[in-house]
Design a protein around this ligand. Structure first.
Ligand SMILES: [Zn+2]
Length: 338
């Protein structure tokens, strides 16, 4: 374990044991490791007793360092990790400068948890999120879950041939595909009649969030299939596999991503998509489903309040799915993993 990592791990253990987290302000990345190390030791020696560990946030090319807090990742605390950037393999129209796709190397316990696939500005404790703040996506964790869950499932599926190209990619290639995915996904969220973040509240219901995540990935598939290059098609196929199949494999049926997979599957199944399975057909169905979702959004915009609009979107999904438990059973039976 590196010297810095060891030092931050020590601070982390102390912060958790002593309940000092609330007292910690925020951290600042320094220009080089030696300064970070110096800063950490300084903080450990001088400020722990005052219940004040770090003062500033830091931004450094190959390091994430901060005091984090996240409702659904309660183990996040004072964390440090070395990272390596991964660039998208597609030449995208525009990329978000604040999105950073990275491979996480050795890090402290909390941030190394496989559940932590991204770090958002609002996860930095005690700090007002700014528009230009970076969002970090840990592509190695997305990839890991692909190899652990999605790939064995695809290999056993009767639709294995359709996903052959995805099944042949190595992990370095999946990093690039995931970087493509993340960038276009974030762009998709910001398009349509109810873009994020303007309508974030409407799309924060369990079912409305499921539809929004699906909508963003349908946008990725649409973009890639319109592009038409081999690399874009491979990205579309990868995202299709993940959105359609991965989430119910490792998420609870109450999770919005898992619900979005079942929603997508039900739609395709009703359109007899799996009988004709092709990229051409996928393009057609994806375009249609995006139109359907956008029509529902336009309808909800006729309503006055945020709550009414959110309820409308939630009900739209719930009504379509019917009994969610039996829908999950149908899904599992279809993919033969019961
Ligand atoms: Zn999203």
């Amino acid at each position: 374990m590196g010297e810095i990592l060891e030092a931050v791990s020590m601070v982390r253990r102390y912060a958790i044991a002593e309940g000092l987290q609330e007292a910690v302000d925020f951290l600042q990345y320094k220009k080089d490791d030696s300064v970070i190390l110096e800063k950490i030791y300084e903080d450990i020696c001088q400020n722990l007793g005052n219940k004040k560990i770090f003062k500033e946030i830091s931004e450094k090319e190959n390091v994430i360092y901060g005091n984090f807090s996240c409702a659904y990742h309660p183990y996040l605390s004072v964390e440090y990790s070395e990272i390596i950037s991964v660039q998208p393999s597609l030449h995208l129209d525009s990329t978000f400068k604040h999105i950073r796709c990275v491979v996480q190397k050795e890090g402290t316990e909390g941030i190394s948890n496989p559940q932590v696939v991204a770090i958002f500005p609002e996860n930095f404790r005690g700090r007002e999120a700014q528009e230009k703040d970076p969002v970090y996506y840990f592509v190695n964790k997305f990839s890991q879950r692909h190899f652990q869950h999605t790939r064995p499932f695809l290999n056993n599926s009767r639709f294995k041939n359709f996903f052959q190209e995805v099944l042949m990619t190595d992990s370095a290639k999946t990093y690039e595909l995931i970087a493509n995915w993340v960038h276009i996904h974030e762009q998709s969220h910001r398009k349509g009649p109810m873009p994020i973040p303007t309508y974030l509240k409407e799309k924060s219901g369990k079912y409305s969030a499921a539809m929004e995540e699906l909508r963003a990935d349908l946008g990725v598939i649409q973009y890639c299939l319109q592009n038409g290059s081999k690399e874009a098609e491979l990205t579309a196929l990868y995202v299709f596999a993940e959105r359609l199949m991965a989430y119910p494999l490792f998420r609870e049926r109450t999770n919005f991503d898992a619900i979005s997979s079942v929603f997508f599957w039900k739609y395709l199944q009703e359109k007899n998509f799996f009988l004709g399975l092709s990229l051409e057909l996928l393009k057609k169905e994806v375009n249609e489903l995006i139109s359907i979702i956008h029509s529902a959004e336009m309808e909800s915009l006729k309503l006055q309040s945020v709550i009414e609009r959110r309820t409308y979107l939630n009900d739209f999904v719930r009504n379509y799915l019917g009994d969610i438990d039996s829908q999950f059973e149908n899904y599992r039976r279809f993919w033969e993993f019961v």
